[in-house]
Design a protein around this ligand. Structure first.
Ligand code: GLU
Length: 469
């Protein structure tokens, strides 16, 4: 038995496009609040508008949620399948006298609109107080018979108490002339039937909360708690839009962010736990309370996101990172020869500390994938004067017999070599790096040598000593 007092939250996306980070954060807050309270988290696809909803958007939304690791505790509900139930609720409202049939024609409605605008009031229907049970073949909509006096209080968990004057609310259409339910009606009926106790969503829906509260009351249903969270803004404080760069969750995935880093970062957009910057999913669930969400819009901060992602990359499993980075290289069309995988596996842990994204991790590991002989960049070529070439030759001879081909022994060997030569490592370090990497980014010398392995490292040095004619 489920506890009747238990919290039920839901994420209710309209499938008209990609899952954006604003929606993803709404989903995450709903999930965290459910976890925090020991409740349940549900998903409802609001596809009642058949013209604007697309199957590809449904797929994109679930793909985004899957990637982020956000899953519902039950099968998703598809709103359009529930149209009969929505009509049933409207029949109840009609029977209760809390809705009415409105036979106003399009021309009459237009005239009323003009008049209402001129008088500075909302549109009113002449059918509200008429008795008209017989349609007689005429087209009609069903409107909600809400109060026109007094006020409706939305006691929002984030915004605090917000009051709406009922005289400013027109009588909402519940069913269109073709019998299809409208959005606000469907939301109320579904939330009620799904047992939703807390509606956590973007604050662009705050006005709907007043209308929806009135429908709940008219149906003698318990009004859920509302929590309207401020939208996410761009770094400049303006509403997030295309010009701020990525918006869709899939774009963030493509930019090399790890899903767990994204979850951590999104959780902190508008919510936080003291100074805690990096936390586990369990900690987030333990700490998250919807009442702690701040009223001001959160700003997307790329530097912070990169920092968080860097921490997660640093702590990520090496085999997993290697697999991700291999895919990035493949996607970029880099040739992956036989030695590529072991070399990527060796290089990844050695360079991952420096990477803010897995794309950067790919940049930092590219050097191991180059094929001999490398095309050296101009800077490196300039460094290869006769003295340096001679020194690199002697260095190769020193390194060849190093027993343990790993950073500590290689580092020691390089230092001992520099001492024996009576120069600092700086005198040949940059040239060696260039010879090993062709000028692409590379880690410190010992790490670069380790990642390449003995044979490849010595081979690259020898190629530089005797360039093909
Ligand atoms: N379907 C709405 C949207 O995607 C959300 C409605 C709600 O959460 O109540 O904006």
């Amino acid at each position: 038995m489920t506890d009747p007092s238990a919290v039920v939250t839901r994420f209710a996306p309209s499938p008209t496009g990609d899952l954006h980070i604003g929606g993803a954060r709404t989903a995450l807050f709903n999930l965290l609040f459910a976890r925090h309270t020991g409740g349940r988290f549900l998903i409802r696809v609001e596809d009642t508008d058949r013209e604007r909803s697309t199957a590809s958007a449904v797929q994109a939304i679930f793909k985004g949620l899957d990637w982020l690791g956000i899953a519902a505790d039950a099968e998703p509900v598809f709103q359009h399948t529930r149209a009969n139930r929505h009509r049933e609720a409207v029949a109840d409202l009609l029977a209760l006298g809390r809705a009415y049939r409105d036979f106003t024609t399009a021309d009459e409605l237009e005239a009323e609109r003009v008049e209402a605008r001129a008088e500075g009031r909302v549109v009113r229907s002449a059918w509200r107080d008429r008795d008209a049970d017989q349609a007689d073949g005429r087209l009609f909509v069903v409107r909600f018979k809400g109060p026109h006096e007094g006020e409706t209080l939305v006691d929002d968990l984030v915004k605090g108490p917000v009051r709406f004057q009922n005289k400013e609310l027109d009588d909402l259409v519940l069913l269109r002339t073709d019998g299809t339910p409208t959005y606000n009606l469907a939301v109320v009926v579904d939330d009620h039937d799904m047992g939703v106790t807390h509606v956590i969503r973007g604050d662009d829906h705050l006005n709907n909360a007043a209308r929806q509260s009135l429908i709940y009351q008219a149906l003698d249903w318990t009004v859920p708690r509302f929590a309207h969270i401020p939208l996410i803004h761009g770094p400049d404080g303006a509403k997030l839009s295309k010009r701020h760069g990525a918006q869709a969750v899939g774009e963030f995935a493509g930019m090399g962010y790890l899903p767990e880093a994204m979850r951590n970062y999104l959780a902190r957009l508008g919510w936080g736990h003291g100074d805690s910057e990096i936390f586990t999913d369990e900690q987030a669930a333990e700490w998250f309370d919807i009442a702690d969400v701040v009223k001001a819009p959160a700003r997307l901060d790329w530097a912070k996101l990169n920092h968080v992602n860097q921490q997660y990359i640093r702590n990520a499993d090496d085999a997993r990172l290697t697999a991700i980075v291999t895919e990035v290289h493949r996607g970029r069309g880099v040739a992956l020869h036989d030695a590529a995988l072991p070399r990527l596996a060796a290089a990844t842990p050695l360079v991952k500390e420096a990477a803010h994204t897995t794309l950067e991790l790919a940049d930092l590991t590219l050097f191991v994938l180059l094929t001999r002989p490398l095309t050296l960049d101009d800077k490196t070529l300039k460094r290869l004067d006769p003295e340096t070439l001679g020194r690199l030759g002697r260095l190769a001879a020193t390194l060849a017999p190093v027993k343990d081909w790993a950073p500590p022994s290689l580092e020691a060997a390089i230092r001992a070599f520099a001492e024996a030569e009576g120069v600092g490592v700086g005198r040949f370090g940059a040239a060696l790096r260039g010879v090993l990497s062709g000028g692409t980014p590379a880690p410190d010398l010992a790490s670069a040598l380790t990642a390449l392995g003995r044979e490849e490292s010595l081979g690259r040095i020898h190629d530089a000593l005797s360039p093909a004619a």
